[in-house]
Design a protein around this ligand. Structure first.
Ligand SMILES: Cc1cc2nc3c(=O)[nH]c(=O)nc-3n(C[C@H](O)[C@H](O)[C@H](O)COP(=O)(O)OP(=O)(O)OC[C@H]3O[C@@H](n4cnc5c(N)ncnc54)[C@H](O)[C@@H]3O)c2cc1C
Length: 327
C-alpha cells in the first residue's frame, strides 16, 4: 500500500538546493496529519555527501542512486531512474520543487507512472476522507493567476505528485546529524542520456538574489509614475537591496514575473523590506508576512499596508527617495 510523503532533493554540483529543506518542511507538515514517514530521494554522482546533508534535515528515510557520471540536465535518463525508484518506494505523495529541473524531470516521471502531476502549488494540505484515508489538497493559482484552485489526485491513484513553488515554505533547520534509514538502490542505473552539454552560460535571471536577499525594496503601482522607478533602482543599489514588486509592476513590464511578490508570486523572508507605493492587498502581503522588519511609504493614510508595516511613512515616495539619494 502506498505510504510515505516523499521529497525530491534537488541538487547542483553536489550541493543540496535550499528548496529541498523547504519541501521537507512541507512534507513534515503533511505527515503530522497523515502520520506517514517523511522520505527523500536523491540521485547524483555526489550521492553519499548529499545523503549526509539530507539526514541533517530530519527525514525518516532516504533513498539514493549513485550516478557514475555528472547527470546535470540529463532529464530523460534521470526520470527513468526515478520512476524505478518510486515503484520500489511506493510513497503516497511526492513533493517536487517547481523549478526547471523539477518540472522537466517529473513531468516525464508522471508520464512513466501514469499518475498525473499538479504543477506549481503554493499550498499543500492534508485532508481525510470519511473512510479514514488521507489525501492532499493541492492549492495553486490558475487561469492566468486570477483564481485559486484546489486540485485532488483521483482516489486510488498513487503517488499524488505535485510541484511546489520555491520560497513558499520556510526551510527546516539542519541539525548536527540525523538518524534516517538510508537505502542505496545499487540495482538502478542511470542510463545514457540523449542530452549532451556543449557549453554552460551564467543564469540571466536574479530570482535567487531576491529569495536570499537580506534587504528587499518593493515597488507598487505608485512607482509607475514619472521617473519613480529609476529612483527606486538607485535607492535599492544604495541600500544593497534586491528589487521586487506588486502585480501592476509586472503587468506594466517594469519587472519580470519572477520578481512579483505575493500569493501568485514569490514569498520572501528578508531581514528588511521597504515598500514604496504599495496599497497592501492581501494577495500581495501574503508574500511578505514573514519579513523581520517592514517599512512602508504611501501617501494614503488609510492604506492597508500601514496595518502590516512595522513602520509607516505617510508621504510621497518621490520626495522620500530623492531626499535619501542626496544624503
Ligand atoms: C487571484 C489574485 C492573485 C493576485 N496575486 C498577486 C500577487 O501575487 N502579488 C501582487 O502584488 N498582487 C496580486 N494580485 C493583485 C492584488 O490584488 C492587488 O491588485 C495588487 O497587489 C495591488 O498592487 P499595488 O499595491 O501596487 O497597487 P494599488 O493597489 O493600485 O496601490 C497603489 C498604492 O500606491 C500609493 N501611491 C500612489 N502614488 C504614490 C506616491 N507618489 N507616493 C506614495 N504612495 C503612492 C497609493 O496610495 C496606493 O495605496 C492578485 C490578485 C488576484 C485576484
Amino acid at each position: 500500500m502506498a505510504n510515505g510523503i516523499c521529497v525530491y532533493a534537488e541538487s547542483y554540483n553536489g550541493e543540496l538546493e535550499t528548496v529541498a529543506a523547504e519541501l521537507v518542511s512541507a512534507a513534515k507538515g503533511l505527515a503530522e496529519t497523515t502520520k506517514e514517514k517523511v522520505q527523500a530521494i536523491v540521485l547524483s554522482d555526489h550521492a553519499e555527501e548529499l545523503v549526509k546533508e539530507l539526514d541533517k534535515l530530519g527525514v525518516d528515510e532516504i533513498y539514493a542512486v549513485k550516478a557514475d557520471h555528472d547527470i546535470t540536465l540529463q532529464d530523460d535518463a534521470v526520470s527513468a531512474a526515478i520512476a524505478e525508484m518510486l515503484k520500489k518506494i511506493e510513497p503516497s505523495a511526492v513533493l517536487v520543487p517547481a523549478t526547471p529541473q523539477g518540472r522537466s524531470i517529473f513531468s516525464r516521471v508522471a508520464m512513466r507512472l501514469g499518475c498525473g502531476m499538479t504543477a506549481d502549488c503554493t499550498e499543500v494540505l492534508a485532508a481525510q476522507r470519511e473512510d479514514g484515508s488521507f489525501y492532499i489538497k493541492q492549492n495553486k493559482p490558475s487561469y492566468g493567476e486570477n483564481v485559486f484552485v484546489t486540485i485532488l489526485t483521483k482516489e486510488g491513484i498513487y503517488p499524488q505528485m505535485m510541484t511546489v513553488r520555491p520560497g513558499v515554505y520556510a526551510a527546516c533547520e539542519a541539525k548536527e546529524s540525523g538518524n534516517a534509514n538510508v537505502k542505496f538502490f545499487d540495482d538502478i542505473k542511470i542510463e545514457k542520456s540523449g542530452v549532451e552539454i556543449l557549453e554552460e552560460l551564467p543564469a540571466e535571471n536574479t530570482t535567487d538574489s531576491i529569495l536570499g536577499a537580506e534587504v528587499v525594496v518593493v515597488g507598487g503601482r505608485g512607482v509607475l509614475e514619472d521617473d519613480n522607478f529609476e529612483l527606486l533602482e538607485k535607492f535599492a543599489e544604495k541600500v544593497g537591496g534586491a528589487i521586487g514588486g506588486t502585480r501592476p509592476m509586472v503587468d506594466s513590464e517594469m519587472i519580470p514575473f519572477n520578481h512579483q511578490i505575493g500569493q501568485t508570486g514569490l514569498t520572501i523572508r528578508p531581514k528588511i523590506c521597504i515598500s514604496f507605493g504599495v496599497s497592501g492587498a492581501i494577495q500581495h502581503t501574503e508574500g511578505i508576512k514573514d519579513t523581520n522588519l517592514y517599512v512602508a511609504v504611501n501617501t494614503d493614510e488609510n492604506a492597508a499596508i500601514f496595518g502590516v508595516a512595522d513602520y509607516g511613512i505617510q508621504a510621497d515616495l518621490k520626495e522620500i527617495l530623492e531626499n535619501y539619494l542626496t544624503l
